[in-house]
Ligand binder design. Structure first.
Ligand SMILES: *Cc1c(COP(=O)(O)O)cnc(C)c1O
Length: 452
């Protein structure tokens, strides 16, 4: 090993030119080789805020972005860098930047390319926290927003304005399980010189890689399936590196930046221009950096990503089939069911299965939904998804509590809608526990309909 190579810690093992490593190999190795100084096989947790410079010249080169080196852990950290490199590798991206949460990742991804007066077109079928963020945060930035039905290609096309700077959608949307037709939506965005941003949280790169279908920027809440064990909050933005930021629509990325002494990010860094700006400006100025310890936990989770996702998917399919056959359940939104209108899109974009988060309606409205939640025990009643443990929530009692029945309907949520995140337990135990929940629903409905 040459001296130069020895200093590189965040480098992947190299595949020979005639051999490409598979996903299961890369989820274990991408972005890391054993630490050359200590031989540590696991990724070390570099729990440090800052890094000693060799001399004033190299310090200056780092701060000028003439050389890439560690300065301060708000901007970069070697443990976080392995996580970023691993996500970028699995998504087929040029690179990635990690954040303290999925919401921070989304805010930063948009903030980097938007200016006051701009316009964003977004799918309306999104995670609730994202709906709030887009609705209120963008307005504060004086950016306008148009919601579109993600299934309606004409709506995407019709919403574009001269000031439009981004299309935003989720691979698998909430709560109807909409599967995004990524390829034509990306094509419409590109016809207008606009990038497509896709939140790939529910699919993970194991089940779908949106960049392969034309998406430009992929965002994750790593809190969910990437981490996979419900321990840590974090997010990440990966960029394909192929979007032409100098197409005239994005002076904010292409022109000399006053926030970085006149640096022209796109011209200077080429395919890494957007990512460099995302890190050196947006992460620097908004903060929201991922902690090295959380990066370590995400890396632990990602080592088994494919194994967990396969199991999540098989269990989800079994649970969806069980619910579809249940007399107290209806409107099972799992897009993997043969009856789903999204089945052709699942076959195209998600051949390994459409994840493990979906909703259904319990008979008896609010009372029915609540009775089911009270009746189950193994399913954890909480507001999260993507844990190896199975999770359940009744939106009308929790996340959507403030809404009346009509507003609920507009959000695509019924009074009896229950959302599941199917975990990796023995599936028979999950069905057994749901059956106990339904027994409680039946008892509650009987009591309600009994004459007083
Ligand atoms: C959880 C989630 C987010 C927000 O991520 P946090 O890590 O909670 O900030 C964004 N999008 C989707 C699809 C999510 O599930």
């Amino acid at each position: 090993m040459s001296e130069e190579e020895e200093q590189v810690t965040n480098d992947s093992p190299r595949a020979e030119p005639e051999h490409e490593f598979g996903f299961e190999t890369r989820q274990l190795h991408a972005g890391q080789r054993p630490d050359p100084n200590t031989g540590a096989r696991a990724v070390p947790i570099f729990q440090t805020t800052s890094y000693v410079f060799e001399d004033p010249e190299s310090a200056a080169a780092y701060f000028n972005l003439q050389e890439y080196g560690n300065t301060y852990s708000r901007i970069m950290n070697p443990t976080v860098a392995v996580f970023e490199e691993r996500v970028a590798n699995l998504e087929g991206a040029a690179g990635a930047v990690a954040f303290a949460s999925g919401i921070a990742a989304q805010a930063a991804a948009l903030f980097t390319l938007l200016e006051p007066g701009d316009h964003v077109v977004s799918s309306s079928a999104l995670y609730g926290g994202t709906v709030n963020q887009l609705k209120h945060l963008l307005r504060k930035m004086n950016v306008e927003l148009t919601w579109v039905d993600p299934d309606d290609l004409d709506a995407w096309r019709g919403a574009v304005r001269p000031e439009t700077k981004a299309f935003f959608a989720e691979t698998i949307g909430n709560p109807a399980g909409n599967v995004l037709d990524i390829e034509p939506v990306a094509a419409i965005a590109h016809e207008h010189g606009v990038p497509l941003l896709v939140d790939n949280t529910f699919a993970t790169p194991y089940l779908c890689r949106p960049i392969e279908w034309g998406a430009d920027i992929v965002i994750h809440s790593a809190t969910k399936f990437l981490g996979g064990h419900g321990t840590s909050i974090g997010g990440v933005v990966a960029e394909a590196g192929t979007f032409d930021w100098s197409n005239g629509r994005f002076p904010v990325v292409a022109d000399p930046s006053p926030a970085y002494h006149g640096l022209q990010f796109h011209e200077t860094f080429g395919m890494y221009g957007y990512l460099m700006k995302l890190r050196a400006e947006t992460l620097r100025d908004l903060g929201g950096a991922l902690s090295p310890f959380n990066a370590f936990l995400f890396l632990q989770g990602m080592e088994t990503l494919s194994l967990r996702m396969e199991r999540h998917v098989t269990n989800a399919r079994r649970v969806a089939e069980f619910l579809q056959g249940h007399e107290l359940a209806s409107k099972v939104s799992y897009p993997g069911l043969p009856s789903s209108r999204y089945r052709p899109l699942v076959d195209k974009y998600l051949p390994g299965g459409p994840g493990a988060v979906f909703s259904f309606d319990v008979a008896g409205g609010r009372a029915g939904g609540q009775a089911l939640i009270r009746g189950v025990n193994l399913w954890s009643h909480l507001a999260n998804v993507g844990d190896a443990k199975s999770l359940i929530i009744h939106p009308a009692s929790t996340t959507h509590r403030q809404l009346g029945d009509e507003e609920l309907a507009a959000a695509g949520v019924g009074p009896g809608t229950v959302r599941l995140s199917v975990g990796t337990e023995s599936v028979d135990d999950l069905l057994w526990d749901l059956e106990r929940g339904f027994a409680n629903v039946a008892a509650t409905l009987e009591k309600e309909s009994a004459p007083a």
